[in-house]
Design a protein around this ligand. Structure first.
Ligand code: SAM
Length: 300
């Protein structure tokens, strides 16, 4: 295809692969108070003085800082060179030599000694785009082979994912663009009508075998009339399980609303089926392209 006046963009190869977070976006992570507060509490719960901690995908090193502040000795691994250099300087200023940070690919790095806790925040809603599953799978396989069991504690410890059919208002100043939307979980969403409550489509512990696919084939009963034109994906990370009292320190990520190619009309009581299938780490369009809804049965 000919492009006049502009070269076609290949974002993947213009500087950064999709899973690397350049320095200019790291502050968005640092200013996300829900995320930061949940990780700080979870690390305070899971990490004790004298523990050995590994931080995979360390970014600016903030999770390593939390762990070192608990009295742990930390090894951190970050792949993006400028982020690595910035983290190295910041960690040295904050905690001296309590954190050793390495410029390496977390998929290849293996500690020489056993570790007590592995921190890994390479997360995106839906487990899309980032390499959390691939990195932890690779770590577990190589750790068990070269260091032996038991596996360390992982932070996050578990993940629960849910989906629900919604009617999303994709019209902006009279202009309609069905593009994926991120939403803050705790805020009201005037552009979204929930056709039915969310249902869990996936849950797992990081110590157990990890999922190779993220898929759903679920039936919902519509609670109100709606034009179901999107699916809303909810990803809750259980960062640390607590036993007294029983519970967990959680971080629910921003919701992701993904438009359907073929909207369906539902009335109250109708049974609607939602289906999708993608691999962890896939881009959002892979989920969008597989997403389908049908009305299975109309209410009588
Ligand atoms: C979502 S950020 C989180 C950073 C940090 N853990 C935090 O919580 O603020 C994920 C980080 O992992 C890094 N990363 C992605 N793939 C990596 C890999 N294969 N090896 C090492 N670091 C990687 C990214 O560059 C980014 O800094």
């Amino acid at each position: 295809m000919e492009h006049l006046g502009a070269e076609p963009l290949d974002v993947e190869h213009r500087g950064f692969p999709a899973d690397v977070i350049p320095l200019q976006y790291q502050a968005l992570l640092l200013t996300d108070e829900r995320r930061m507060g949940a990780f700080q509490r979870a690390i305070a719960h899971a990490v004790r003085p004298g523990m050995r901690v590994l931080d995979l995908g360390a970014g600016t090193g903030v999770l390593s800082f939390f762990a070192a502040s608990q009295g742990a000795t930390v090894t951190a691994v970050e792949r993006e060179p400028r982020v690595f250099a910035t983290a190295q300087a910041a960690l040295r200023a904050a905690v001296g030599d309590a954190v050793r940070i390495l410029h390496a690919d977390a998929r290849d790095y293996l500690p020489e000694e056993p570790v007590d806790v592995v921190l890994c925040e390479m997360l995106h809603v839906g487990l899309l785009r980032e390499r959390q599953i691939e990195v932890i799978n690779s770590f577990k396989r190589r750790y068990l082979r070269h260091v032996g069991g038991p596996l360390p504690r992982f932070v996050p410890e578990a993940c629960v994912q849910a989906v629900q059919p919604v009617e999303q208002d994709f019209t902006y100043c009279g202009y309609t663009v069905p593009a994926p939307v991120f939403q803050l979980p705790e805020s009201t969403q005037p552009r979204t009508v929930e056709a039915a409550p969310p249902q869990v489509f996936q849950q797992f512990f990081y110590q157990d075998p990890l999922p190779g696919r993220c898929g759903a084939d679920l039936r919902f009963v519509a609670e109100r009339p709606a034009t179901v034109n999107a699916a809303r994906i909810v990803t809750k990370n259980l960062l640390a399980l607590t036993y007294e009292p029983p519970g967990s320190i959680d971080w629910t990520m921003n919701y992701l609303v993904v438009p359907l190619r073929e909207p369906v009309e539902v009335l109250t009581g109708d049974e609607v089926r939602l289906r999708f299938d993608y691999c962890p780490g896939d881009e959002i369009p892979v989920l969008a392209d597989s997403l389908e809804a049908d009305v299975l049965a109309h209410a009588r």
